[in-house]
Design a protein around this ligand. Structure first.
Ligand code: ADP
Ligand code: ASP
Ligand code: MG
Length: 439
């Protein structure tokens, strides 16, 4: 049995956390391949090492003095090394990194050093082999993850090794520069390694006891989800349930490897098992709720829109030409609404409006900003009648005005648009009706 275990930033934020991690790894022989993140926050006002590195590099890139900021990063690692009593010095690594900062090696290089250094410390502490992710994780010329080259390099390198620590979050480009995945990307590295070694299980260790039915920053102590399908998880993580990076499921899914989300601070909790499919019924009608703020809706009206061939295509063409993705597109007979991310749209607003006028000659266009989207996700919704009705009545009860509703044809999720001001209240209302009162 082989497990790949990934530990997030808070699981490796201090020497005390490192000890918990070692206990977990040594508790089972199967935990042979370890993917660490950079040290995260030790307390809520603390700064993640990744953010310290970005800040430090930004000073370096402007040619400013960054000694103080760099020393603070050194202190984080030296504190851990000293408290664990390790016979290890990172002085050479620090010198190289400093020189590369001065030589403007790039923001991605800078950020990646958090995982790189933490990997060296963890490998030393565990007595495991250290493998630099730059030698085994590859991107192509366009900056896309190169799965074929990576798989070959990883299998060649890990074959015959009893154990290894491979830092998360980064890899290398064909020209040997360092590139990172997007934030939270160590989850993706863990998944890639699990697929390459054909692991039986990918354990993702974090600071919560699994995927929860709602964001714990909105609902106090929400009920955990014991089993969730890849599809449900992707819907939830895309919509802001950030416990697992939304792209982390692809490598393991292809290989049929389940993911288990576990809590480093409560290893005895079962956590959440993420699987391709399951006969297990969810505990509630819904599996989970997640949401995001920062959307804009563009409402387009034109009499007899439904009879006008190609109207929708011409509208979407304008967005495409301006490089703006749309998230949802609910429509009526004479109306069509396009929901986009506020930030991306704001840059191109006037070009897009002019384009729609020119291309489609609508009767009116009206824009609403500061919209929040909430995804109510669940494989059981298909077989339960009246889910949408219950959501509506719960929201009406809480005086939340629903601005948009969109149900995918898979009946796996219902997306609700509300004003950002109503976001927390709407989450609570939906959570209460399905989870608290078990309807
Ligand atoms: P790590 O550093 O271990 O990768 P993250 O911070 O990326 O951890 O993810 C864990 C955090 O995700 C939790 O502390 C929690 O605040 C947040 N979170 C948001 N939505 C959910 C959810 N539905 N279930 C669990 N955690 C969630
Ligand atoms: N350390 C990186 C970040 O803060 C990657 C990760 O934690 O997964 O985004
Ligand atoms: Mg994370």
């Amino acid at each position: 049995m082989t497990k790949v275990v990934k530990f997030g930033g808070s699981s490796l934020a201090s020497a005390e956390q490192f000890k918990k991690v070692k206990d977990i790894i040594t508790a089972e022989d199967s935990r042979r391949f370890v993917v660490p993140s950079a040290p995260g926050k030790r307390f809520s006002a603390d700064t993640k090492v990744t953010d310290m590195l970005y800040g430090c590099y930004d000073l370096a890139a402007k040619g400013k003095d960054f000694t103080k900021e760099f020393d603070a990063i050194k202190d984080r690692y030296n504190g851990i090394i000293n408290e664990l009593g390790l016979d290890l010095s990172l002085d050479n690594e620090f010198d190289v990194i400093k020189a590369c900062f001065i030589g403007k090696a790039g923001r991605d290089y800078a950020a990646s050093r958090g995982e790189f250094l933490n990997g060296i410390v963890l490998a030393n502490y565990l007595g495991y082999n250290f493998i630099d992710a730059a030698d085994v994780i590859y991107f192509d010329d366009r900056g896309m993850f190169d799965s074929r080259r990576t798989n070959k390099a990883l299998t060649d390198r890990l074959e015959g090794l009893d154990n290894a620590v491979i830092p998360g979050f980064y890899g290398s480009m064909p020209n040997d520069t360092i590139k990172t995945f997007s934030r939270g990307g160590s989850d993706i590295t863990g998944s890639i390694v699990a697929a390459a070694v054909n692991a039986d299980l990918y354990e993702n260790w974090t600071d919560v006891s699994g995927f929860l039915t709602c964001d714990p920053r909105i609902i106090d102590d929400p009920a955990p989800i014991t089993t969730i399908t890849y599809k449900e998880l992707r819907e939830l993580s895309y919509m802001g349930a950030t416990v697992l990076h939304e792209d982390a499921i692809f490598p393991v899914r292809k290989a049929g490897i389940p993911i288990n989300i576990k809590n480093t601070n409560k290893p005895e909790d079962v956590g959440t098992l993420i699987v391709e499919s399951t006969s297990q019924k969810p505990q509630y009608t819904i599996t989970g709720i997640a949401g995001k703020k920062g959307f804009t809706v563009i409402n387009i009206e034109k009499d007899m829109m439904n009879a006008e061939l190609g109207f929708g295509r011409r509208v979407l063409e304008v967005f495409e030409k301006n490089g703006v993705n749309f998230e949802h597109m609910p429509s009526g007979i004479d109306t069509m609404s396009i929901i986009v991310q506020q930030e991306a749209f704001a840059d191109k607003e006037q070009e897009i409006l002019a384009g729609i006028h020119r291309n489609c000659h609508p009767d009116s266009i009206d824009i609403e900003t500061d919209l929040a989207l909430i995804a109510v996700v669940g494989r059981a919704m298909k077989s339960n009648r009246g889910t949408a009705g219950r959501i509506f009545s719960a929201l009406a009860h809480s005086h939340v005005n629903v601005k948009m509703i969109d149900q995918g044809s898979s009946e796996l999720n219902i997306i609700i648009g509300v004003s950002e001001d109503d976001f927390e209240e709407a989450n609570k209302a939906i959570y209460d009706i399905f989870v608290e009162t078990k309807l």
